[in-house]
Every structure is written in C-alpha cells, then in structure tokens.
Write a protein that binds this ligand. Structure first.
Ligand code: SF4
Ligand code: SF4
Length: 509
C-alpha cells in the first residue's frame, strides 16, 4: 500500500466537502433555446489533445454541420459549423482561460438560414459494428461534456480494446451552481438511456451504473422511468458531496473498487462517461448530427435570470448572458466571471469569450460569493487533509512547492491531486492551496516538455553526426574504389601496351 492509499485508509470515507449547492432556482427553470448569434467564434482547441486543423478558407460558404476543422493526431476532435454562413476569419481570439491568452480560431458569420448539410443517420445503431460506432462518434466531434472534453471516440475504442465490463455514467454534477446535466436528465432521459445502451454496444461493457447525486430527485425519477425494462442500465443515487463527480471517487462509490493511484479506470475494467455525452453520442449515431450545441447553466448572484440555455458552440458568453436576461444592476456588483463550475472552472478576464464544447456554466459572482480574503499563515488545523478526496497532505505539499522542492511534492502525491479545490475551500486561512498544485503541475509539465525537447535535440544532433560520418565514410570508400579502378585500368592499359610492344618487336625480329 502506497503512502497515499495508507493515508486514505486512515481517513475512511469522510472525504470531500459539502458546499451550499446553489443549484436552484436555475435547475427548476425550463430550458431556453438561444437563437443563433450573428457571429460565432470557434477555437480549434476545444478538447484535450491536438488542436483541429482548419480546412476552410476566408470567404468560403458552409452549411450547418459541415466539417470546418479536422482532427489531428491520435487524440483530437474535429470542429463543425454550428450554423450555415460564411467564414469571416481564421485568426486568434481570447481563450476561455484566466490568462487571457489567445487561441487560433475560425470566425463564422451566420447567414440566418441555419441550413443543415445532408445528414447520414442510422435507424438501428445496434446492428452497427462497434468500430463503426467509434468512427461515427469521432467524425461527429463528440467530446466529454462534463468539462474535461476528452474525445469520446478515443475512450470508446480504448474501452473496447481493454475489454471493460462496466460503464460508469456520471450524472453526479457535484459542482455547485451547475444544473445542465440535471436539466438534461429531467428533459431527455429516454435519449440519454438510448445513448448509454449504444455505448454499451460500442464498448462491450455488460452493465451501465448511472450515478446521480441525491440532490436531484426529479432527475433520478426521470432516469429510472427511462431505464425501466433495460436491466443493463441501473440508476444509482449517490450522496451529494463534492467531488462525487470526479472519476475515481464515483467509480469507488458505485463499484466499491479503487482505481490504482497511477492507474486508469480501464485497468479495473471500467470506463466513465458523462450523461450529456451519452445524448450527444446518440444524436451523432442515430441522426448523423455533429456536436454543435450544448446546454449551459447561467448562474451566480449577479445573473438576473439564472437558468439553463441551449447554446450554439462558439457563442460569446456576453451574448448568452444578454439572452439570459443580463446582469443585475448592469453588472455593477460583479466580482468574478467563471466558465464551468466554481471549484474546477476557469476565471475569465472578460465576457468576450466563446462557449466551447466543454462549457457547462457561465457564472457571474458578486463579492459575497467570492468572499475574497487575504491568505493568513497556516494554523495546522488539518481541515485540508480531512477534506482531500485523494488522501493527500495539501499543507505539506504546498509548503514543498513554495520552496520549489517539486520532487518532494511528487513523493507526497502531487501527481494524484485532481485539482478539485476541496482543500482550498475548507482552509480557514484562505491559503490558495489548489493554485499551488496547478502551478506546480504546470511547472513539472514544462520541465518534462523541456527535457523532451532537449532529448529530441540531442537525438537529432547524434543522428546528424552519424549521417555526416557515414557520408564521409561512403565518400572515402567511393574515392578509394574509383582510385583502385583507375589504377587497375592504368595497369591493364600498361600491360596491353607492353604486350603490343613486345608483339611488334617480335615481328620486326
Ligand atoms: S485539490 Fe488536490 S490536494 Fe486539494 S483536496 Fe483536491 S485532490 Fe486533494
Ligand atoms: S486547512 Fe489551511 S490552515 Fe488548516 S492545515 Fe490546511 S493549509 Fe493549514
């Protein structure tokens, strides 16, 4: 048993935190469908893995659902036009990230017709070969809609190869303020269950366990009704606790099996998908429609009308907020803008940032919600240790990171940190613990990349040296061969001349 697991054993099940969930009244409002905005901003990196590569030119007309950027590499996802229109630019826009840095993107001007390309759906997905389902999901650009945005086809194909037995469906939505999954399960339970059954067929898993936090009773009832008659789809209410929706926690609660510290769910025969992803997958396979829109929760004390809105991917957050009813007091009390949930989402510098495939929420917080305070010294209360769902020692790790002793932080389990923010949430001294861990992981990743670059440069230099030596050797050998040939030819010529001379002299005598 490793250090981390030993500590976890000591902790028992008392992990995580119980923040006020702030999900209602947003969760109880009917979904509103936002009209297509005049202009859409589509980052090429909306998923984990390699960015998509644009295949359209400025001025080109495209239809709704048309491929505009293709996947690159093993882990990537294509991007499709969310509506019909004209490509206005292939340029840089602000990333949905606190840095305010830019990302390459395609800008599309809508033509108002919203005209689909020709669609190729399938009436009976269960008659399709699992590999064909993976292909359709990949070409539809479906990614995990819970926030991580991992390309779904890569997971499906990997699961089928790894022979997983259990599909864990994440309907936890443990982040406070968010309710898009809750709303989807209430309104589209039959479609989600159909998507889950297609996932079972595609992966070869025998059973799907759908974990839904018990603070979503309406969703539980709707999903139970939709799954009735399908023994392979089991709806399992789980206690509301953050971060219940984290992959490893949900697997452990639903299956009783712990994913090894350095392992993946597939190592224990499990694959995890989000409930929203199941619906997107169903739409891709049955209707042939790519992923071009999603449900987004608008919430926070500054939001005039909290609720869930169906939004085209590429719509600016400022337009979503305006459609949702704007900000109270014209945003005068606004203290923080967040995309995603308050615990694991991203603070953004302004609202001119687009909704991407992984955007679950747009949150407008006032000062009360942010409750910003200056950090104080650690009082060694141990609250962060108690809250950590991974059984880590946040206070010890952060002190190592402050001293740049990254190796020691790794020994304490830094790589197991899922950046859930529970430790920072409970810390009475308001120490930004999770920021230390995210920063340290970034530093380590940069060091790894620098090492890889250094190794690659060394390898290239070695290869060049070997090539130069080989060329010099081959040149010398060719020269020696030519010299030997010249000498042999000269010797043969001399011999022939000597023979001819001897013959001439013989005839004269
Ligand atoms: S952010 Fe990391 S260290 Fe903090 S509670 Fe979550 S997993 Fe534990
Ligand atoms: S919760 Fe904060 S104050 Fe308490 S031990 Fe952890 S870092 Fe220190």
């Amino acid at each position: 048993m490793g250090f981390m697991n030993l500590f976890k054993h000591f902790l028992g099940d008392d992990w995580g935190v119980h923040p006020d969930d702030h999900k209602r009244p947003a969760a109880d409002q009917p979904v509103r469908v936002m009209p297509v905005p005049a202009r859409l901003y589509l980052p090429l990196q909306q998923h984990l893995g390699g960015p998509a590569r644009p295949i359209v030119l400025v001025g080109q007309k495209v239809k709704k659902g048309e491929l505009i950027a293709e996947a690159q590499g093993m882990v990537s996802a294509p991007i499709h036009a969310p509506t019909s229109g004209t490509v206005a630019a292939v340029t840089e826009i602000t990333a949905p990230h606190p840095s305010g840095l830019t990302l390459p993107a395609i800008i599309l001007d809508a033509d108002g017709a919203d005209e689909w390309i020709e669609l190729h759906g399938c009436d009976d997905p269960f008659a399709l070969d699992p590999a064909e389902i993976g292909k359709r999901v990949a070409s539809a650009g479906v990614v995990g809609l819970g926030g991580a945005a991992f390309p779904s086809a890569v997971k499906l194909i990997g699961a089928s190869k790894a022979k997983v037995t259990t599909l864990v469906m994440n309907g936890g939505e443990c982040e406070p303020y968010l309710s898009c999954d809750d709303r989807l399960m209430r309104d589209a339970a039959a479609g989600i269950v159909d998507g889950i059954r297609i996932m079972l067929h595609a992966t070869g898993a025998k059973v799907a366990l759908v974990g839904i936090e018990d603070n979503k009773p309406e969703a539980i009832v709707a999903m139970q009704a939709a799954a009735a008659g399908f023994d392979s789809v089991q709806i399992r209410p789980v206690p509301a606790r953050y971060p219940m929706g984290s992959e490893k926690q949900l697997i452990q609660v639903l299956t009783g099996i712990e994913v090894p510290a350095d392992g993946r769910p597939a190592d224990i025969g499990v694959i995890v998908h989000n409930v929203g992803t199941a619906l997107a997958l169903r739409t891709a396979v049955r209707d042939g429609k790519p992923l071009i829109s999603r449900l987004v929760t608008v919430n926070g004390n500054c939001a005039s009308q909290p609720g869930n809105i169906e939004v085209r991917v590429g719509t600016l957050a400022e337009e979503v907020i305006a459609f949702a009813g704007g900000l109270k007091g014209d945003g005068l009390g606004l203290a923080r803008r967040v995309m995603g949930g308050p615990m694991m989402g991203m603070q953004i510098p302004h609202w001119r940032v687009p909704v991407v495939k992984g955007t679950s929420g747009i949150l407008a917080f006032d000062t009360v919600e942010v409750a910003e305070q200056e950090p104080n010294p650690c009082i060694r209360c141990g609250s962060c240790v108690k809250a950590c769902p991974m059984g880590l020692l946040p206070l010890e790790m952060s002190s190592r990171i402050r001293n740049e002793a990254y190796g020691e932080a790794i020994d304490l389990g830094l790589k197991d940190c899922i950046a859930c923010g529970c430790c920072a949430y409970v810390c009475p001294s308001k120490i930004p613990l999770v920021q230390y861990f995210v920063h340290a992981k970034g530093e380590l990743a940069a060091q790894d990349r620098a090492k890889l670059r250094g190794d690659a440069t060394k390898k290239l230099a070695l290869q060049r040296q070997e090539r130069l030596e080989r060329e010099a050797r081959e040149k010398a050998e060719a020269n020696a061969k030519r010299k030997a040939e010249r000498e042999a030819a000269a010797a043969a010529k001399a011999a022939a001349e000597a023979a001819a001379k001897a013959e001439t002299q013989g005839e004269s005598a």
